[in-house]
Design a protein around this ligand. Sequence first.
Ligand code: NAI
Ligand code: MG
Length: 352
Amino acid sequence: RSYQIASIPGDGIGVDVVIEARKVLDRAAALHGFDLGWTEFDWSCERYARTGTMMPEDGVEQLSAFDGIFLGAVGFPGVPDHVSLWGLLIPIRRAFAQYVNLRPVRLLPGTSSVLKNRSAEELEMVIVRENSEGEYSTIGGRQTGPAGEFAVQESVFTRAGVERIIRYAFELARTRAGRVCSATKSNGIIHTMPFWDEIFTEVAAGYPDVHSEQCHIDALAARMVQQPDRLDVVVGSNLFGDILSDLAAAITGGLGMAPSGNINPAGEYPSMFEAVHGSAPDIAGQGIANPVAQILAGAMMLEHLGESAAARAVNAAVEGVLAAGEVATPDLGGKSTTADLGTAIAAALDAS
Ligand code: NAI
Ligand code: MG
């Protein structure tokens, strides 16, 4: 078996962690009898600075024939962040109907939570972020009226878009602890959020076996810290889901450990896998970024490709190395480099 993967390392630490993740994934593939064919694309803010675009005009078409897309991170000082988001990530997510951004959250062995006295079981959850519409919209602009300058930003929530992400969350809950919590803010956001809530209630009625609740985003943020054990599947809009997933990463192993998948559930287009973190310009070029998030994103990609045994092996190798604690990057309290940790995890695959 062979899978064609588009690799987009991007900028900053994206480049460092993708190299290490490929090392691990290639090893897993060899051990499990399949092949990963990588094609590398230099699409990045660095390319933008050189050519004026993040990717070529036909970039999305170039990706369409691949079985998966493996992305590092994009973003670099001097290039506005909306350029990297709207010039690359959002066009890919939307063209390939990757409407689910799946962000599993767990406390890995050998690491501790900033929350004291919380077990791995209590912290286990998954954030299901709507990935194609909502607050991330181009509609709006700046104007100057009689009272001065103002900006208007419109959100777009479609019935079909809200329904499919909520349904995905309920289906996922059936395979887990059977609880869904929806992030809302219908007290302050009086058009889109009541619409979201109404659709949530309608979909929930079809899943009487799943416990469902709705929680305002502010209270939910507090609850994630104070009562994380009450959460299993958390579903939120594009913006709310983004914020909650960084928070969830922060209360577990930190951003260096959090993977994510931009999933096209129907499988008609390629899905894209990346770490939750960005290009981390503050530590870029130092060789000290933690590659675990990118490696775990790779495991999610293998799972999505149907290579579950290889995905499990990668997860086990990561857990084994972290539990042993001998090879750890500075964010984990160690002195090892990105390459040391990648190499150790690849070697752990051989040993298992
Ligand atoms: P960031 O995630 O890049 O960094 C936040 C903090 O976490 C930094 O102190 C960084 O050193 C640390 N950190 C992140 N990943 C780490 C790792 N693997 N190992 C050790 N430490 C790690 O977020 P920030 O600083 O807000 O954004 C930097 C750039 O990345 C911006 O240009 C932003 O737009 C971009 N970005 C890109 C994303 C993507 O490509 N999907 C996602 C998030 C941000
Ligand atoms: Mg984010």
